[in-house]
Design a protein around this ligand. Structure first.
Ligand SMILES: Cc1cc2nc3c(=O)[nH]c(=O)nc-3n(C[C@H](O)[C@H](O)[C@H](O)COP(=O)(O)OP(=O)(O)OC[C@H]3O[C@@H](n4cnc5c(N)ncnc54)[C@H](O)[C@@H]3O)c2cc1C
Length: 380
């Protein structure tokens, strides 16, 4: 069977991309090795933060502005709530790169961000304890996305527009045959005019030579006896930049309504964990993993007394400079496009990355520009 485009991997980016490709009238096949969604890749954990005052680099802001619009459009298409606006609190030393970078992006792009006095924060969110000299920022137009509804919703809008979706089928190899791509999977062979690789932590297996690093990350859900004090609006999304450990982040009580989501408030440390192989990731929880959360609670949320903590592992995929990679794969005459290296902050970009990938296979110039995410910068 021949397709205009095959999408390899239907997690975050692949599911959204199938939807945008099919929406443009292309004959699309999306292939996923597991179920949709699943909890073995980079999208496990039910919720993801979305915000605009981007400390990682101001160049991401135009992509985020487009992404916000596209999330709204997807909500209208599917009739589901995907975005929960809670606002986000940023806490840290005045010199924190997170606070400084967020302020810079907010100034450059006129994103509403308020500087709050410590007293105001303590009165409004007494759950946090932090040093008197710290700065606090508040970005009201931020919140979190519902991961599973987003991914299944994109697959549904893809199939409604005519895309074919295969699950539990692993892509084993692909070959450039000159005028088309030949794909071998655990079940069959397919041909396509274009191939898009959105394989997350497994991207290295399908692209020889890309310098990607996969890391093991641990999430925790704290089951608290007074959970109502951590429900929105009594509690928002938050980032707290500890000068020694790095940046912690968390959520209010989740409103996904997913019965399989652990009860409690979710939080994690946003620092690269041990480097690993996605098929051999150590998913056991270690003493050191638990210590990371204990450190946080003792210092910054001393009134939270969890009755139990549920842990889960997930994976980040990093490019050497820790920015995303979205480009044609060299030597394939623009037949193969790769989108990877989304590390710990890619989810919120899913629809805009999907729109860009669709543009790339159609030979269009992306707007907003994603040139800063191209391969050129990696000097391979
Ligand atoms: C703990 C944690 C917290 C995060 N928090 C945030 C946040 O708050 N906000 C935010 O914006 N981002 C966040 N992120 C980042 C975000 O979740 C990721 O950047 C994003 O999910 C990456 O999407 P992806 O499509 O590259 O990978 P995935 O979603 O993992 O999708 C890749 C898919 O490809 C499939 N696949 C791979 N190889 C094959 C093959 N050979 N054949 C068939 N299928 C294949 C995989 O099974 C998988 O389903 C977080 C990530 C983690 C791990």
């Amino acid at each position: 069977m021949h397709y205009d485009v095959i999408v390899a991997g239907l997690g975050t980016m692949g599911a959204a991309t199938c939807s945008y490709l099919a929406g443009r009238g292309l004959k699309v096949l999306g292939i996923e090795q597991f179920d949709i969604p699943h909890d073995l890749g980079s999208h496990s954990g039910f919720t993801r933060i979305i915000r605009k005052a981007y400390y990682e680099h101001p160049d991401y802001v135009p992509l985020l502005q487009r992404s916000y619009d596209l999330w709204r459009q997807q909500e209208q298409k599917t009739g589901q709530t995907l975005y929960h606006e809670t606002g986000i609190l940023y806490l840290g030393e005045p010199s924190s790169s997170v606070l400084r970078g967020s302020l810079e992006s907010s100034r450059l792009y006129d994103i509403p961000v308020e500087k709050w006095e410590g007293g105001k924060v303590r009165a409004r969110y007494p759950q946090f304890h932090f040093p008197a000299h710290w700065d606090v920022l508040w970005e009201p137009g931020a919140g979190y996305l519902d991961v599973n509804k987003s991914i299944t919703g994109f697959c549904n809008t893809a199939t409604e527009a005519g895309a074919e979706i295969h699950t539990r089928e692993k892509i084993e190899a692909w070959k450039d045959q000159g005028d088309h791509i030949l794909l071998k999977t655990s079940r069959s062979h397919y041909t396509a005019s274009r191939l898009i690789l959105t394989a997350g932590p497994w991207t290295r297996d399908l692209t020889a030579g890309l310098p990607l690093r996969v890391t093991r990350q641990v999430l925790a859900w704290l089951q608290l006896p007074d959970l109502e004090r951590y429900d929105y609006p009594a509690f928002p999304c938050w980032f707290l930049h500890d000068p020694d450990q790095g940046m912690y982040y968390g959520f209010p009580v989740s409103r996904t309504g997913d019965p399989s989501e652990p009860r409690g408030i979710k939080m994690a440390l946003h620092m690269p964990g041990d480097t690993g192989d996605p098929d051999r990731l150590d998913r056991e929880i270690r003493k050191e993993d638990k210590a990371i959360f204990r450190y946080f609670l003792d210092r910054y949320m001393p009134r939270a007394n969890p009755v139990s903590i549920h842990y889960k592992t997930c994976m980040y995929t990093y490019c050497p400079d820790e920015h995303f990679l979205v480009d044609y794969l060299p030597g394939t005459d623009r037949k193969v496009v790769v989108a990877c290296g989304f590390s710990g902050h890619g989810f919120k970009f899913a629809p805009v990355i999907a729109e860009i990938l669709t543009g790339l296979v159609l030979g269009e110039t992306p707007n907003p520009s994603a040139a800063f995410l191209s391969l050129k910068r990696l000097d391979l």
